[in-house]
Design a binder for this molecule. Sequence first.
Ligand code: G5P
Ligand code: MG
Length: 225
Amino acid sequence: MVLQRVFRAVIMGPPGSGKGTVSSRITKSFGLKHLSSGDILRFNINTKTELGLLMKSCIDQGQLLPDDVMSRLILSSLRDIDQSSWLLDGFPRTVAQAENLDNMCTVDTVINLDVPFQTIKERLTSRWVHQPSGRVYNTDFNPPKIPGLDDITGEPLTQRDDDTPETVTRRLKAYEYQTQPVLEYYRSKGVLETFTGTETNKIWPHIHAFLSKKIPHSQEARGQA
Ligand code: G5P
Ligand code: MG
């Protein structure tokens, strides 16, 4: 799958709004590289890097990591995929991070998933993940073919340490106070597109149609809409 020019997108939304789920559909349909700040951090925690060891307790408590640490980490990963079209998930999460990203490149579009907080709380307690790939399951919404095992590798699935009800509440607060101003930042630049709803399957066709217009020359995979 080859895109005609480099396309740079950001996906935003509260914790559990479906950023990872929608990102994997976008990746399949449009061939963008998916870069998730949370997945990168969890990889650092699992492989016990210095950064991972330092940041684990902060993440487990549902707090945001310092802007300078996050900006360095994500911008250096973006430099590695400079020539590709990409989709950033989980970054930027503060206006300072958005400004740092702007200093490096221009974002073409920002997809905002507007999902009610109550819907989210119910979802996160039934989330299971395949840590090495970041593949996400849900015992109600998209269960694995064999309970507890990843569909592709057959490896065990785990639950995230920050998916406890108390930590989810803290993450939602951090979103409200630190991340929501980023929506206004992108709205004022005219690149924000909001998709509202409580079900990913209902939101997805609208995102697909929107991106099909934005990326007119992409060679889409068939049957993803
Ligand atoms: P993350 O990893 O970026 P969050 O909190 O932003 O974490 P999260 O939890 O990964 O976001 P998501 O990706 O938006 O959520 O949602 P998802 O995983 O796709 O879906 C959630 C669940 O709902 C899944 O089980 C899915 O199957 C299910 N689901 C999806 N759609 C539906 C549906 O329609 N119906 C139902 N029933 N279920 C559905 O960040 C983690 C931490 O890292 C740090 C912070 O500490 C953060 O808390 N961090 C940063 N700190 C500072 N700056 C940054 N830029 C940072 N980035 C990360
Ligand atoms: Mg995610």
